[in-house]
Design a protein around this ligand. Sequence first.
Ligand code: AMP
Ligand code: GLY
Length: 435
Amino acid sequence: MAKNQKTKELKRILIVGNGGRENSIAWALSKNQSIDQIYVCPGNGGSANFAKCIRLKPKSEDQKTIINDCKRLNINLVIIGPEVPLAEGLADKMREAGLTVFGPGKDGAQLEASKEWSKALMIENNIPTARYWAAESKEEALEILKRFNQPLVIKADGLAAGKGVTVCDTIEESKEAIKDIFSGKFGSAGNKVILEEKIEGPEVSIFALCDGEKLIVLPPAQDHKRLLEGDHGPNTGGMGAYAPALLINEKDLEDLTKLVLIPTVQGLKKKRIKYIGIIYAGLMLTSSGPKVIEFNCRFGDPECQALMPLMGDEFASVLFACARGELESSPKLTFRSECSVCVVAASKGYPESPQKGEKVNISVESNPSLQVFHAGTTIDEFDNIVTSGGRVLSIVAQGESFDKAFDLVYSNLKKINFDGMHFRRDIGYQVRDKY
Ligand code: AMP
Ligand code: GLY
Protein backbone atom coordinates (compact mmCIF):
# COMPACT_ATOMS: atom_id res chain seq x y z
CA MET A 1 0.00 0.00 0.00
CA ALA A 2 1.33 3.47 -0.84
CA LYS A 3 2.19 5.68 2.12
CA ASN A 4 -0.43 8.21 0.94
CA GLN A 5 -3.23 5.97 2.10
CA LYS A 6 -2.13 6.18 5.70
CA THR A 7 -1.49 9.86 6.10
CA LYS A 8 -4.25 11.83 7.76
CA GLU A 9 -2.73 15.14 6.78
CA LEU A 10 -4.24 16.76 3.73
CA LYS A 11 -1.55 18.72 1.93
CA ARG A 12 -1.71 17.92 -1.76
CA ILE A 13 -4.88 17.49 -3.79
CA LEU A 14 -5.44 16.60 -7.42
CA ILE A 15 -8.79 17.36 -9.06
CA VAL A 16 -9.59 15.50 -12.28
CA GLY A 17 -11.62 17.50 -14.81
CA ASN A 18 -11.63 20.67 -16.88
CA GLY A 19 -14.95 22.37 -16.22
CA GLY A 20 -16.43 25.11 -14.08
CA ARG A 21 -17.26 22.48 -11.47
CA GLU A 22 -13.58 21.58 -10.99
CA ASN A 23 -12.55 25.25 -11.08
CA SER A 24 -15.02 26.04 -8.28
CA ILE A 25 -13.94 23.05 -6.17
CA ALA A 26 -10.30 24.15 -6.52
CA TRP A 27 -11.28 27.68 -5.45
CA ALA A 28 -13.15 26.39 -2.37
CA LEU A 29 -10.25 24.17 -1.32
CA SER A 30 -7.63 26.84 -2.00
CA LYS A 31 -9.00 28.88 0.89
CA ASN A 32 -7.87 26.18 3.32
CA GLN A 33 -4.64 27.39 4.94
CA SER A 34 -3.25 23.94 5.69
CA ILE A 35 -3.31 22.74 2.06
CA ASP A 36 -0.02 23.25 0.21
CA GLN A 37 -0.90 22.51 -3.42
CA ILE A 38 -3.91 21.82 -5.62
CA TYR A 39 -3.47 20.41 -9.13
CA VAL A 40 -6.29 20.47 -11.65
CA CYS A 41 -5.85 17.90 -14.39
CA PRO A 42 -6.25 18.60 -17.31
CA GLY A 43 -7.77 21.89 -16.07
CA ASN A 44 -8.56 25.01 -18.06
CA GLY A 45 -7.50 28.62 -18.56
CA GLY A 46 -8.59 29.50 -15.01
CA SER A 47 -7.02 26.60 -13.10
CA ALA A 48 -4.05 28.63 -11.88
CA ASN A 49 -6.11 31.68 -10.86
CA PHE A 50 -6.33 30.77 -7.18
CA ALA A 51 -3.71 30.50 -4.45
CA LYS A 52 -1.77 27.21 -4.55
CA CYS A 53 -3.58 26.02 -7.69
CA ILE A 54 -1.72 24.68 -10.71
CA ARG A 55 -2.99 23.35 -14.02
CA LEU A 56 -1.51 19.93 -14.77
CA LYS A 57 -1.69 18.92 -18.39
CA PRO A 58 -0.87 15.20 -18.41
CA LYS A 59 1.31 13.78 -21.20
CA SER A 60 -1.62 11.59 -22.10
CA GLU A 61 -5.08 11.20 -20.62
CA ASP A 62 -4.88 7.47 -20.04
CA GLN A 63 -5.51 6.23 -16.51
CA LYS A 64 -1.93 5.04 -15.95
CA THR A 65 -0.42 8.45 -16.69
CA ILE A 66 -2.75 10.24 -14.26
CA ILE A 67 -2.12 7.63 -11.55
CA ASN A 68 1.65 7.93 -12.03
CA ASP A 69 1.36 11.72 -11.81
CA CYS A 70 -0.58 11.41 -8.53
CA LYS A 71 2.12 9.18 -7.09
CA ARG A 72 4.97 11.34 -8.35
CA LEU A 73 3.33 14.42 -6.82
CA ASN A 74 2.59 12.62 -3.55
CA ILE A 75 -1.10 13.45 -3.75
CA ASN A 76 -3.09 12.82 -0.54
CA LEU A 77 -6.55 13.20 -2.05
CA VAL A 78 -7.87 12.83 -5.59
CA ILE A 79 -11.27 14.31 -6.44
CA ILE A 80 -12.75 13.06 -9.70
CA GLY A 81 -15.16 15.68 -11.08
CA PRO A 82 -16.81 14.33 -14.27
CA GLU A 83 -18.88 11.21 -14.87
CA VAL A 84 -16.88 9.75 -17.78
CA PRO A 85 -13.67 8.87 -15.86
CA LEU A 86 -15.83 7.59 -12.99
CA ALA A 87 -17.82 5.34 -15.33
CA GLU A 88 -14.52 4.14 -16.82
CA GLY A 89 -13.33 2.99 -13.41
CA LEU A 90 -10.61 5.58 -12.75
CA ALA A 91 -11.46 5.64 -9.03
CA ASP A 92 -11.05 1.84 -8.79
CA LYS A 93 -7.67 1.91 -10.50
CA MET A 94 -6.52 4.75 -8.25
CA ARG A 95 -7.63 2.97 -5.10
CA GLU A 96 -5.84 -0.19 -6.26
CA ALA A 97 -2.74 1.99 -6.59
CA GLY A 98 -3.12 3.08 -2.96
CA LEU A 99 -4.52 6.57 -3.56
CA THR A 100 -7.29 8.15 -1.49
CA VAL A 101 -10.10 9.08 -3.85
CA PHE A 102 -13.36 11.01 -3.66
CA GLY A 103 -15.59 9.54 -6.36
CA PRO A 104 -17.37 6.20 -6.81
CA GLY A 105 -15.93 3.17 -8.56
CA LYS A 106 -17.23 1.86 -11.87
CA ASP A 107 -19.95 -0.19 -10.16
CA GLY A 108 -21.38 2.76 -8.21
CA ALA A 109 -21.04 5.11 -11.19
CA GLN A 110 -23.73 3.03 -12.93
CA LEU A 111 -26.12 5.16 -10.96
CA GLU A 112 -25.52 7.64 -13.79
CA ALA A 113 -23.90 5.55 -16.52
CA SER A 114 -26.88 3.23 -17.03
CA LYS A 115 -30.37 4.64 -16.77
CA GLU A 116 -31.80 1.12 -16.70
CA TRP A 117 -29.54 0.08 -13.80
CA SER A 118 -30.42 3.23 -11.94
CA LYS A 119 -34.19 2.85 -12.53
CA ALA A 120 -34.02 -0.78 -11.37
CA LEU A 121 -32.24 0.32 -8.18
CA MET A 122 -35.00 2.89 -7.57
CA ILE A 123 -37.77 0.33 -8.06
CA GLU A 124 -36.01 -2.29 -5.88
CA ASN A 125 -35.74 0.23 -3.06
CA ASN A 126 -39.13 1.93 -3.36
CA ILE A 127 -37.63 5.24 -4.42
CA PRO A 128 -40.35 7.22 -6.22
CA THR A 129 -39.70 7.66 -9.94
CA ALA A 130 -41.59 7.79 -13.24
CA ARG A 131 -42.77 4.43 -14.66
CA TYR A 132 -40.45 3.10 -17.35
CA TRP A 133 -39.81 0.35 -19.87
CA ALA A 134 -36.46 -0.72 -21.32
CA ALA A 135 -35.96 -1.90 -24.89
CA GLU A 136 -32.93 -3.29 -26.70
CA SER A 137 -34.14 -2.80 -30.26
CA LYS A 138 -36.03 -0.21 -32.25
CA GLU A 139 -38.84 -2.66 -32.92
CA GLU A 140 -39.27 -3.50 -29.23
CA ALA A 141 -39.28 0.22 -28.31
CA LEU A 142 -41.82 1.09 -31.02
CA GLU A 143 -43.99 -1.79 -29.83
CA ILE A 144 -43.99 -0.42 -26.26
CA LEU A 145 -44.87 3.03 -27.58
CA LYS A 146 -47.73 1.56 -29.61
CA ARG A 147 -49.04 -0.31 -26.58
CA PHE A 148 -49.13 2.85 -24.44
CA ASN A 149 -50.37 5.05 -27.23
CA GLN A 150 -49.17 8.26 -25.56
CA PRO A 151 -46.04 10.41 -25.90
CA LEU A 152 -43.25 8.96 -23.74
CA VAL A 153 -39.92 10.46 -22.69
CA ILE A 154 -37.16 8.68 -24.63
CA LYS A 155 -33.71 8.20 -23.08
CA ALA A 156 -30.51 6.60 -24.31
CA ASP A 157 -29.41 4.17 -21.58
CA GLY A 158 -25.77 5.24 -21.36
CA LEU A 159 -23.79 8.47 -21.00
CA ALA A 160 -24.63 10.93 -23.76
CA ALA A 161 -23.20 14.22 -22.43
CA GLY A 162 -26.66 15.40 -21.36
CA LYS A 163 -28.09 15.00 -24.86
CA GLY A 164 -29.62 11.54 -24.64
CA VAL A 165 -33.06 12.58 -23.33
CA THR A 166 -35.99 13.72 -25.47
CA VAL A 167 -39.11 14.94 -23.73
CA CYS A 168 -41.80 14.40 -26.35
CA ASP A 169 -45.13 16.16 -26.78
CA THR A 170 -46.42 13.79 -29.48
CA ILE A 171 -46.20 10.08 -30.26
CA GLU A 172 -44.54 11.03 -33.55
CA GLU A 173 -41.73 12.80 -31.64
CA SER A 174 -41.27 9.73 -29.43
CA LYS A 175 -40.98 7.55 -32.57
CA GLU A 176 -38.38 9.90 -34.05
CA ALA A 177 -36.37 9.93 -30.81
CA ILE A 178 -36.35 6.11 -30.72
CA LYS A 179 -35.17 5.95 -34.33
CA ASP A 180 -32.48 8.54 -33.61
CA ILE A 181 -31.08 6.56 -30.70
CA PHE A 182 -30.99 3.27 -32.63
CA SER A 183 -29.43 5.00 -35.65
CA GLY A 184 -26.25 5.20 -33.57
CA LYS A 185 -26.38 8.93 -32.77
CA PHE A 186 -25.11 8.24 -29.24
CA GLY A 187 -22.79 5.33 -30.01
CA SER A 188 -22.93 2.45 -27.52
CA ALA A 189 -24.85 4.70 -25.06
CA GLY A 190 -27.82 4.05 -27.36
CA ASN A 191 -27.65 0.24 -27.41
CA LYS A 192 -30.61 0.31 -25.09
CA VAL A 193 -33.43 2.78 -24.72
CA ILE A 194 -35.58 3.72 -21.74
CA LEU A 195 -39.13 4.83 -22.39
CA GLU A 196 -40.53 6.80 -19.52
CA GLU A 197 -43.87 8.15 -18.45
CA LYS A 198 -43.84 11.93 -18.76
CA ILE A 199 -44.21 13.66 -15.41
CA GLU A 200 -44.60 17.34 -14.60
CA GLY A 201 -43.52 19.79 -11.95
CA PRO A 202 -40.66 22.06 -10.92
CA GLU A 203 -37.20 20.50 -10.82
CA VAL A 204 -34.67 20.68 -8.03
CA SER A 205 -31.32 18.98 -7.42
CA ILE A 206 -30.24 17.49 -4.11
CA PHE A 207 -26.72 16.38 -3.28
CA ALA A 208 -25.13 14.29 -0.58
CA LEU A 209 -21.54 13.45 0.20
CA CYS A 210 -21.41 9.73 0.92
CA ASP A 211 -18.57 7.71 2.50
CA GLY A 212 -20.17 4.37 1.70
CA GLU A 213 -22.28 4.45 4.88
CA LYS A 214 -22.98 7.91 6.12
CA LEU A 215 -24.42 10.90 4.26
CA ILE A 216 -23.99 14.64 4.51
CA VAL A 217 -26.77 16.43 2.67
CA LEU A 218 -25.86 19.73 1.00
CA PRO A 219 -28.19 22.68 0.39
CA PRO A 220 -30.52 22.01 -2.57
CA ALA A 221 -29.87 23.86 -5.83
CA GLN A 222 -31.83 24.69 -8.93
CA ASP A 223 -30.36 24.40 -12.40
CA HIS A 224 -31.62 26.00 -15.64
CA LYS A 225 -31.16 23.38 -18.33
CA ARG A 226 -32.71 25.13 -21.31
CA LEU A 227 -30.61 27.40 -23.51
CA LEU A 228 -33.03 30.30 -23.76
CA GLU A 229 -34.90 32.60 -21.43
CA GLY A 230 -38.33 31.45 -20.30
CA ASP A 231 -36.97 27.85 -20.26
CA HIS A 232 -37.15 27.58 -24.04
CA GLY A 233 -34.78 26.09 -26.57
CA PRO A 234 -32.68 22.93 -26.42
CA ASN A 235 -31.39 21.28 -23.24
CA THR A 236 -27.84 22.24 -22.27
CA GLY A 237 -25.49 21.16 -19.49
CA GLY A 238 -27.02 24.05 -17.52
CA MET A 239 -27.05 27.83 -18.09
CA GLY A 240 -27.15 28.92 -14.48
CA ALA A 241 -28.05 27.85 -10.97
CA TYR A 242 -28.80 29.13 -7.53
CA ALA A 243 -28.67 27.75 -4.01
CA PRO A 244 -30.29 27.17 -1.65
CA ALA A 245 -33.34 26.34 -3.75
CA LEU A 246 -36.37 27.63 -1.88
CA LEU A 247 -38.67 25.05 -3.46
CA ILE A 248 -37.86 22.70 -0.62
CA ASN A 249 -37.43 23.70 2.99
CA GLU A 250 -35.38 22.03 5.71
CA LYS A 251 -38.17 19.63 6.63
CA ASP A 252 -38.68 18.65 2.96
CA LEU A 253 -34.96 17.99 2.69
CA GLU A 254 -35.10 15.72 5.74
CA ASP A 255 -38.04 13.88 4.18
CA LEU A 256 -36.22 13.55 0.85
CA THR A 257 -33.17 12.21 2.65
CA LYS A 258 -35.35 9.42 4.08
CA LEU A 259 -37.33 8.88 0.88
CA VAL A 260 -34.49 9.00 -1.64
CA LEU A 261 -30.94 9.33 -0.35
CA ILE A 262 -30.84 6.78 2.48
CA PRO A 263 -32.64 4.07 0.42
CA THR A 264 -30.13 4.72 -2.39
CA VAL A 265 -27.14 4.09 -0.13
CA GLN A 266 -28.88 1.04 1.31
CA GLY A 267 -29.68 -0.23 -2.19
CA LEU A 268 -26.04 0.23 -3.19
CA LYS A 269 -24.87 -1.58 -0.06
CA LYS A 270 -27.20 -4.50 -0.84
CA LYS A 271 -25.30 -4.77 -4.11
CA ARG A 272 -22.06 -4.71 -2.09
CA ILE A 273 -21.14 -1.32 -3.47
CA LYS A 274 -19.25 0.99 -1.13
CA TYR A 275 -20.20 4.28 -2.73
CA ILE A 276 -17.76 7.07 -1.93
CA GLY A 277 -18.55 10.38 -3.59
CA ILE A 278 -21.50 12.54 -4.49
CA ILE A 279 -25.02 11.23 -4.89
CA TYR A 280 -26.90 13.78 -6.98
CA ALA A 281 -30.62 13.25 -7.34
CA GLY A 282 -32.47 15.30 -9.95
CA LEU A 283 -36.04 15.56 -8.67
CA MET A 284 -39.34 16.64 -10.09
CA LEU A 285 -41.88 17.88 -7.55
CA THR A 286 -45.07 16.46 -9.04
CA SER A 287 -48.62 16.88 -7.78
CA SER A 288 -48.38 13.33 -6.42
CA GLY A 289 -45.11 13.96 -4.58
CA PRO A 290 -41.41 14.19 -5.44
CA LYS A 291 -40.02 11.77 -8.01
CA VAL A 292 -36.43 11.08 -9.03
CA ILE A 293 -35.79 11.91 -12.69
CA GLU A 294 -32.19 10.83 -12.64
CA PHE A 295 -29.21 10.09 -10.45
CA ASN A 296 -25.76 11.40 -11.19
CA CYS A 297 -22.55 10.16 -9.65
CA ARG A 298 -20.86 13.56 -9.38
CA PHE A 299 -21.58 17.20 -8.61
CA GLY A 300 -23.96 18.95 -11.00
CA ASP A 301 -22.42 21.70 -13.06
CA PRO A 302 -23.27 24.63 -12.76
CA GLU A 303 -24.96 23.75 -9.43
CA CYS A 304 -21.57 23.00 -7.89
CA GLN A 305 -20.36 26.49 -8.76
CA ALA A 306 -23.23 28.06 -6.82
CA LEU A 307 -22.76 25.63 -3.91
CA MET A 308 -19.00 25.93 -3.35
CA PRO A 309 -19.13 29.47 -1.88
CA LEU A 310 -21.63 28.18 0.71
CA MET A 311 -19.29 25.50 2.08
CA GLY A 312 -17.87 26.09 5.54
CA ASP A 313 -14.12 26.01 6.23
CA GLU A 314 -14.33 22.30 7.12
CA PHE A 315 -15.08 21.35 3.49
CA ALA A 316 -11.59 20.06 2.67
CA SER A 317 -11.36 17.96 5.85
CA VAL A 318 -14.85 16.58 5.27
CA LEU A 319 -14.08 15.54 1.67
CA PHE A 320 -10.88 13.90 2.86
CA ALA A 321 -12.68 12.03 5.66
CA CYS A 322 -15.38 10.99 3.20
CA ALA A 323 -12.81 9.60 0.77
CA ARG A 324 -11.33 7.54 3.62
CA GLY A 325 -14.76 6.21 4.64
CA GLU A 326 -14.54 8.11 7.94
CA LEU A 327 -17.34 10.68 7.91
CA GLU A 328 -18.30 9.42 11.36
CA SER A 329 -15.23 11.10 12.85
CA SER A 330 -15.04 14.14 10.56
CA PRO A 331 -15.82 17.70 11.65
CA LYS A 332 -19.40 18.81 11.05
CA LEU A 333 -19.80 20.52 7.68
CA THR A 334 -21.35 23.96 8.06
CA PHE A 335 -22.98 26.06 5.35
CA ARG A 336 -22.93 29.83 4.99
CA SER A 337 -26.43 31.23 5.22
CA GLU A 338 -26.22 33.35 2.08
CA CYS A 339 -27.87 33.27 -1.31
CA SER A 340 -25.41 32.07 -3.96
CA VAL A 341 -26.05 32.37 -7.68
CA CYS A 342 -24.29 31.42 -10.89
CA VAL A 343 -24.84 32.59 -14.47
CA VAL A 344 -23.04 30.86 -17.34
CA ALA A 345 -21.62 32.81 -20.29
CA ALA A 346 -21.71 30.56 -23.34
CA SER A 347 -20.18 30.60 -26.83
CA LYS A 348 -22.05 31.25 -30.03
CA GLY A 349 -23.37 27.93 -31.33
CA TYR A 350 -23.62 26.25 -27.91
CA PRO A 351 -24.81 23.50 -27.35
CA GLU A 352 -24.66 22.10 -30.91
CA SER A 353 -21.40 23.50 -32.30
CA PRO A 354 -19.74 26.08 -30.08
CA GLN A 355 -17.41 28.58 -31.70
CA LYS A 356 -13.92 28.34 -30.19
CA GLY A 357 -10.71 30.37 -30.13
CA GLU A 358 -12.29 33.74 -29.25
CA LYS A 359 -10.28 36.07 -27.02
CA VAL A 360 -11.91 36.57 -23.60
CA ASN A 361 -11.68 39.93 -21.81
CA ILE A 362 -12.40 39.95 -18.11
CA SER A 363 -12.39 43.10 -15.97
CA VAL A 364 -14.82 42.30 -13.16
CA GLU A 365 -14.69 44.17 -9.86
CA SER A 366 -12.66 42.79 -7.00
CA ASN A 367 -15.17 41.70 -4.38
CA PRO A 368 -15.00 38.77 -1.91
CA SER A 369 -18.63 37.97 -2.75
CA LEU A 370 -17.89 37.58 -6.47
CA GLN A 371 -16.11 34.78 -8.32
CA VAL A 372 -15.28 34.07 -11.94
CA PHE A 373 -15.08 30.33 -12.61
CA HIS A 374 -13.59 29.19 -15.90
CA ALA A 375 -14.93 26.24 -17.90
CA GLY A 376 -14.34 26.28 -21.68
CA THR A 377 -11.22 28.45 -21.67
CA THR A 378 -7.56 27.93 -22.31
CA ILE A 379 -4.44 30.10 -22.47
CA ASP A 380 -2.98 30.60 -25.96
CA GLU A 381 0.68 31.01 -26.92
CA PHE A 382 0.46 34.80 -26.36
CA ASP A 383 -0.92 34.32 -22.82
CA ASN A 384 -4.42 35.38 -23.84
CA ILE A 385 -7.47 33.67 -22.39
CA VAL A 386 -9.38 32.17 -25.32
CA THR A 387 -12.57 30.15 -25.55
CA SER A 388 -12.22 26.39 -25.96
CA GLY A 389 -15.74 25.11 -25.28
CA GLY A 390 -19.45 25.85 -25.13
CA ARG A 391 -19.87 27.00 -21.55
CA VAL A 392 -16.97 29.43 -21.32
CA LEU A 393 -17.12 30.78 -17.80
CA SER A 394 -19.52 31.65 -15.03
CA ILE A 395 -19.99 34.59 -12.78
CA VAL A 396 -20.95 33.55 -9.28
CA ALA A 397 -21.99 35.87 -6.46
CA GLN A 398 -23.36 35.77 -2.96
CA GLY A 399 -25.66 38.18 -1.17
CA GLU A 400 -28.07 38.45 1.73
CA SER A 401 -30.88 38.21 -0.83
CA PHE A 402 -31.10 36.60 -4.26
CA ASP A 403 -31.81 40.00 -5.80
CA LYS A 404 -28.56 41.41 -4.40
CA ALA A 405 -26.56 38.39 -5.56
CA PHE A 406 -28.05 38.53 -9.07
CA ASP A 407 -27.43 42.30 -9.28
CA LEU A 408 -23.77 41.64 -8.59
CA VAL A 409 -23.60 38.90 -11.22
CA TYR A 410 -25.40 40.79 -13.96
CA SER A 411 -23.55 44.08 -13.39
CA ASN A 412 -20.26 42.20 -13.69
CA LEU A 413 -21.30 40.19 -16.75
CA LYS A 414 -21.11 43.56 -18.54
CA LYS A 415 -17.39 43.55 -17.75
CA ILE A 416 -16.75 40.31 -19.57
CA ASN A 417 -16.78 39.87 -23.29
CA PHE A 418 -15.84 37.54 -26.09
CA ASP A 419 -17.18 37.32 -29.59
CA GLY A 420 -20.54 35.52 -29.63
CA MET A 421 -20.97 35.58 -25.82
CA HIS A 422 -24.51 35.00 -24.61
CA PHE A 423 -26.20 34.26 -21.30
CA ARG A 424 -29.67 34.00 -19.84
CA ARG A 425 -30.92 37.14 -18.07
CA ASP A 426 -33.63 35.29 -16.19
CA ILE A 427 -31.60 32.82 -14.12
CA GLY A 428 -33.25 32.50 -10.72
CA TYR A 429 -36.54 34.04 -11.88
CA GLN A 430 -38.14 31.70 -9.36
CA VAL A 431 -36.57 33.57 -6.44
CA ARG A 432 -36.11 37.11 -7.76
CA ASP A 433 -38.41 40.05 -7.19
CA LYS A 434 -37.02 41.87 -10.21
CA TYR A 435 -35.42 40.73 -13.43
P1 AMP B 1 -32.00 13.83 -17.54
O1 AMP B 1 -30.83 13.91 -18.49
O2 AMP B 1 -32.47 12.47 -17.22
O3 AMP B 1 -31.81 14.74 -16.37
O4 AMP B 1 -33.20 14.57 -18.31
C1 AMP B 1 -33.05 15.86 -18.82
C2 AMP B 1 -34.31 16.63 -18.57
O5 AMP B 1 -35.40 15.98 -19.22
C3 AMP B 1 -34.74 16.71 -17.09
O6 AMP B 1 -34.11 17.73 -16.41
C4 AMP B 1 -36.22 16.94 -17.24
O7 AMP B 1 -36.49 18.31 -17.50
C5 AMP B 1 -36.58 16.14 -18.46
N1 AMP B 1 -37.12 14.81 -18.10
C6 AMP B 1 -36.42 13.68 -17.87
N2 AMP B 1 -37.24 12.66 -17.54
C7 AMP B 1 -38.49 13.16 -17.59
C8 AMP B 1 -39.80 12.60 -17.37
N3 AMP B 1 -39.96 11.33 -17.06
N4 AMP B 1 -40.85 13.43 -17.51
C9 AMP B 1 -40.71 14.73 -17.84
N5 AMP B 1 -39.52 15.30 -18.07
C10 AMP B 1 -38.42 14.54 -17.94
N1 GLY C 1 -26.44 20.64 -14.47
C1 GLY C 1 -26.84 19.33 -14.72
C2 GLY C 1 -25.79 18.33 -14.65
O1 GLY C 1 -24.68 18.59 -14.22
O2 GLY C 1 -26.05 17.20 -15.04
